[in-house]
Write a protein that binds this ligand. Structure first.
Ligand code: HBI
Length: 110
């Protein structure tokens, strides 16, 4: 099992170095389908569904994970797709929290 799935996000209000590009590129291999963007400060993945109902069911399940982990994505919600972006705002870059949430959301969609 993906080790990230057993982890819980840690509260982050700064005081932590964001992942370097090298660290980010190494971490992203653990979360299939996710891509680095924005100078390796953000990861994203687009999920596709058969209709709006399924899309919103996924968004609601994702919101539950975000609440539980106290770590929150940006979302671009369409009729049959959701683009999920993660970045750790407090450090203007990527932290382990982003990869933990991405791994948990991948599980949701399988
Ligand atoms: N979500 N994506 C993201 N980035 C943050 O820096 C962040 C968050 N959710 C909550 C939060 N920071 C903090 O308020 C808690 O970790 C304490």
């Amino acid at each position: 099992m993906n080790g990230l799935l057993n982890k819980k996000c840690k509260p982050c209000e700064g005081g932590l170095n964001p992942y370097t590009s090298q660290e980010a590129q190494s971490q992203i291999t653990q979360i299939p389908g996710w891509t680095l963007e924005d100078g390796d400060k953000t990861i994203y993945k687009i999920f596709y569904f058969k209709d709006f109902y399924q899309t919103m069911a996924f968004v609601n399940a994702l919101a539950y994970i975000a609440h539980n982990e106290d770590h929150h994505p940006n979302l671009a919600v369409g009729y049959n797709s959701v683009k999920v972006f993660y970045s750790t705002h407090a450090i203007d870059g990527l932290s382990q929290n982003d990869f933990i949430c991405a791994a948990k959301i991948n599980e949701l969609a399988t």
